[in-house]
Design a protein around this ligand. Structure first.
Ligand code: AMP
Length: 219
């Protein structure tokens, strides 16, 4: 549970997030989660992402990396609301669920709709959630490919932002083939963010395949 900030802490937190370029509405949502100010990875990567740059972030779980990619995505969505705006790929279903919860918490005030596409959960229920035209999709690569192949009417031609979270784990879990399949059906003209705890040769290869002149941030 988030610990509520005092009025002066909230004011400071909102000021610190808006100083990065985050709009007042989302800065207030971050403060409402008990965030007293941006974490280091957020300070370094949010301004770059808001400028439309591809970002590679070397950061561990617990660093606030989810907020680092979620806040810019939500802000772009506010400017240009659109279905199937962003896809976040995560190595595990638990992480995918946590990421979508954070999108929903930060985006509650702006009515963001998320769909979670992970294994072990009924395909049909997920197809129905895709039919509601969510703004953000969070999923594991295998299940995302499954829906791209089998769910009628679902495609990613409109995608604006692709985010690969915990890229080192995605690759260690042998999701390479699925990621390649996804890269083939998303627009070339998009923004991409890649987060990884470690920079392995496989991550470097993936970075070359899917990011354009990325800004590297490291904590
Ligand atoms: P993550 O690294 O994205 O998995 O985030 C780990 C935890 O840190 C989550 O529970 C977030 O709610 C929390 N968190 C993210 N950003 C901040 C922040 N700026 N201040 C305090 N907590 C945060």
């Amino acid at each position: 549970m988030a610990v509520a900030l005092t009025e002066s802490e909230t004011k400071k937190a909102v000021e610190a997030f808006t100083a990065l370029g985050v709009c007042e509405e989302l800065a207030t949502a971050a403060a409402a989660l008990g965030w007293k100010g941006p974490s280091e990875i957020q300070s370094q990567s949010i301004p770059q992402a808001l400028e439309g740059k591809d970002v590679i972030g070397l950061a561990q779980t617990g660093s606030g990396k989810t907020g680092a990619f979620a806040l810019p995505i939500l802000q772009e969505l506010l400017d240009r609301p659109q279905a199937f705006f962003a896809l976040v790929l995560s190595p595990t279903r638990e992480l995918a669920i946590q990421i979508s919860e954070q999108f929903e918490a930060l985006g509650a005030g702006i009515g963001v709709k998320c769909a979670v596409l992970v294994g072990g959960i009924d395909m049909m229920a997920q197809s129905i959630s895709l039919g509601k035209r969510p703004h953000v999709i969070v999923g594991t690569p295998g299940r995302v490919v499954d829906h791209l192949t089998n769910t009628r009417g679902f495609g990613l031609k409109q995608l604006q932002v692709l985010c690969l979270d915990e890229a080192d784990r995605l690759l260690n879990l042998d999701f390479e083939q699925e990621i390649d399949q996804i890269l083939k059906v998303v627009p070339r003209d998009r923004r991409t963010q890649l987060f990884s705890a470690t920079m392995t040769s496989k991550v470097a290869k993936l970075q070359r395949a899917c990011l354009k002149n990325p800004v590297k941030v490291e904590v």
